[in-house]
Design a protein around this ligand. Structure first.
Ligand code: GLC
Length: 740
């Protein structure tokens, strides 16, 4: 987000005219109140869902028709700066009030969660990051921005940039995995896609990077739990994607729920002002997460709402999501001298700047033509892009004796409730999809002309239907395709799990099918890495399908029958058993790296190695790496390797470059991803792959938050995942440790 001189002047002139109350109004992000359309009070409804008396699906249906109060009178009084929603007609109505019925006509931000598509839902982020395709990640964001504007949304609460290492945390599904470098590239791609198409106000939105910061480091993978870490870990692991997003001009950030080293991120001036605004250069604003300001009282750092609000604004939090604490307390706090007018002005200036940058003063409304266009069927190019993203996000984890791809003429038995659940392909945080747009795995297989019998047998929460299981066992096809995994409600917010093996009786179903002599191919539909020790050991083939979005069924069918050769890789490590979590590849070596000898860092009852490592993914062909070379060229290290497609299929490989700073003033990870390339080779074809590693990227942050480059020996690794790599070494000297 960059403002020109005229735009900056416009903001200053507007600020000059504003009363104290109007300034405070801009800091208020309202969500419409649920006011009726059902038989019990809303609080009772929430309790019914919480204690299981009502299913999520039932609740969703009620919410879709519930009556809402959009606080029109407060908007009219200039006391609302932003509101949440995804209905273009309602958005225009509310915008009209703000623009035509308030004294200064300041338009509203219309915020909504568009994490991986609105109606055109593409793969969840942990899956899409596994495409290692930055261009794809930008294009899907561009599609999401265009679609958002069509639904009246001009501010997306995305991208979610939480580097996550503990798969017990349900929100791993929403983010780009465990690696800071991949997450930073994901961040850049998403900000470009969401914000850069400014040729028309129908094509771009303000992004909101979240959850700032280190929310994913919640102790024990338990959502909202406390986080604590060294300054060097904060800078080296959790801040990089936010730094990258700010370099791309992200418009806003969302403060996270967690306390970091004892200070809740909602009131943390070190992370908000010193780092995000002063060091990383955020020009836009910071919004709290839902209820975040009030929760500072619960955290125990604020006496009451008013105290929490004052602490938040003074710490650099600019907008209040959903508590109205700023609305109720800030004006008085300014009068009492507890908040300086310049502090309030800075927050308002940041919010007005984003509204000006969005073009809302010139074009506040969604055109009828656009609303009508999107009311029809999904544009074909959206469907095609969702299919491309789904195909590139599929990871082939196992394929013993090349059992896959199947010939289309090959009869098989399909089992698993999830196979026929078109509503589950969209994954967590999908809030605008239409069931008619969603293709289940079963539908995809049918549309591909496959020959199979289908028996649901069991799902993530059901008992095994013994009759259906018997029928599946007695069917004459030896191949069983088992679609197993998680409901979308089992990952995402407030969905941490202590047991991340296949939920319910699904593994029991697999065991019975294997025991009956069936060749069982698992197709996983899941939001988090699962502990797959038993499956990896006992099944001949495993496809990681994640929640791939509306085109999931077609993508799985194309991979199943070899029309698409899978190229996806894992953006997150998979453990064999629960107790190995948190597990990630870029870990320190320790003084006693885990090995067979007793006194080393490992468990007595679990393997040292992960089930599937970061960056792992098979192809129907095989790729061979050879001839790794490194050369120093001034401020760069050139790395090259020969890659050969040595198998029988054309295919795409994600070649990965890692480095290790062997000896430094702080312990450094055994590997750090520093580059990757998607390389497509015909069968038998070879190619030399070149990487450039900039010396300025070979450093790390110390415990003073200072970026440092230290001369010494570096190991360079290249391969198709973080474990199976070629390696070499090079000694590097940095001209007086220049910093970037
Ligand atoms: C939620 C989530 C956040 C989301 C916000 C608005 O609590 O933490 O990711 O953007 O509320 O829905």
């Amino acid at each position: 987000m960059k403002l020109n001189v005229e735009q900056r002047e416009f903001v200053e002139e507007l600020l000059e005219k504003m009363t104290l109350e109007e300034k405070v109004g801009q800091l208020n992000l309202d969500s419409p109140s649920i006011v009726g359309g059902f038989d019990v009070p809303f609080e009772e409804l929430i309790e019914m869902v919480t204690d299981g008396r009502m299913s999520q699906e039932e609740f969703g249906k009620i919410m879709a028709t519930a009556e809402r109060d959009f606080h029109e009178d407060d908007i009219r009084a200039g006391m609302v700066g932003a509101i949440m929603g995804n209905d273009p007609v309602k958005a225009n109505e509310l915008q009209k009030i703000a623009v035509e019925e308030t004294r200064l006509g300041i338009p509203l931000l219309m915020g909504f969660d568009v994490i991986h598509g609105l109606r055109s839902v593409y793969p969840i982020a942990i899956a899409e990051a596994g495409s290692f395709d930055d261009d794809l990640m930008e294009r899907t964001a561009k599609m999401a921005a265009k679609e958002s504007r069509a639904y009246g949304i001009n501010w997306n609460f995305a991208p979610m940039l939480d580097v996550a290492r503990d798969s017990r945390w349900g929100r791993v599904s929403e983010g780009p995995g465990e690696d800071p470098y991949l997450a930073s590239n994901f961040a850049r791609a998403k900000i470009k896609g969401l914000q850069n198409n400014t040729e028309s106000t129908e094509n771009y939105v303000a992004a909101c990077t979240k959850h700032y910061v280190a929310y994913s480091a919640c102790e024990a993978g338990r959502d909202y739990n406390t986080t604590s870490m060294s300054t060097s870990q904060l800078y080296n692991v959790y801040l990089p994607p936010f730094k990258a997003a700010m370099e791309e001009g992200a418009c806003s950030a969302m403060a996270s729920f967690n306390d970091l080293n004892g200070v809740p991120c909602t009131v943390n001036s070190y992370t908000l002002r010193d780092i995000l605004k002063d060091k990383f250069g955020l020009e836009g604003f910071v919004v709290s997460d839902a209820n975040g300001i009030r929760e500072c009282v619960t955290h125990g750092v604020a006496e009451d709402d008013g105290d929490a609000g004052i602490k938040a604004l003074n710490a650099g939090l600019d907008m209040d999501m959903g508590t109205r604490i700023f609305y109720n307390h800030i004006a008085q706090a300014v009068k009492d001298g507890k908040i300086l007018m310049e502090t309030l002005d800075d927050a308002v200036r940041r919010i007005l700047s984003v509204k000006v940058w969005l073009g809302l003063f010139e074009n506040p409304y969604v055109s009828k033509a656009v609303i009508d266009e999107y009311a029809k069927a999904l544009p074909k190019e959206h469907k095609d892009l969702c299919l491309e993203a789904a195909e590139k996000s599929i990871v082939l984890l196992k394929n013993e004796n090349g059992i896959l791809p199947l010939g289309k003429e090959r009869k098989f038995t399909l089992v698993g409730e999830l196979a026929d659940r078109a509503d589950e392909v969209v994954g967590a945080w999908s809030l605008g999809w239409e069931i008619d747009d969603c293709v289940s795995v079963k539908q995809g297989l049918e549309e591909a002309g496959a020959q199979f019998e289908y028996y649901p047998v069991c799902g993530p929460e059901s008992d095994i239907d013994e009759n259906e299981l018997r029928a599946a066992i007695e069917s004459d096809s030896e191949i069983v395709i088992a679609v197993v995994g998680e409901y979308k409600s089992m990952s995402g917010e407030a969905s941490s799990k202590a047991d991340i093996t296949l939920p319910g009786n699904q593994q029991k179903m697999l065991k019975k099918l294997v025991a009956a002599g069936k060749q069982v191919i698992a197709v996983l539909m899941n939001g988090r890495p699962l502990a797959l020790g038993w499956e990896a050991e006992n099944l001949p083939a495993i496809i990681e399908g994640w929640h791939l979005g509306i085109q999931m069924g077609n993508a799985i069918a194309k991979v199943m029958f070899g029309e698409c050769n899978p190229s996806g890789k894992l953006s997150s490590t998979f453990s064999s058993v629960n107790g190995q979590e948190p597990m990630y590849y870029n870990h320190p070596n320790t003084g006693r790296p885990g090995s067979k000898s007793k006194f080393t860092s490992k468990y007595l009852d679990a393997p040292v190695e992960p089930c599937f490592p970061f960056g792992f993914g098979l192809s129907y062909t095989t790729f061979e790496y050879s001839n790794l070379k490194v050369d120093e060229n001034g401020d760069e290290i050139s790395v090259s390797v020969m890659l050969k497609n040595a198998g029988n299929y054309d295919g795409t490989e994600v070649a990965q470059l890692y480095m290790q700073d062997v000896t430094a003033s702080l312990v450094r990870p055994v590997k750090e991803l520093k580059g990757y390339k998607r390389v497509t080779l015909k069968k038998g074809e070879s190619s030399r792959i070149d990487f450039t590693l900039r010396k300025c990227d070979m450093g790390f942050y110390d415990n003073q938050g200072k970026y440092t480059l230290e001369d010494g020996l570096f190991r360079i690794y290249v391969g198709g995942n973080s474990k199976d790599v070629l390696d070499t070494e090079i000694s590097v000297s940095f001209r007086n440790g220049e910093v970037k």
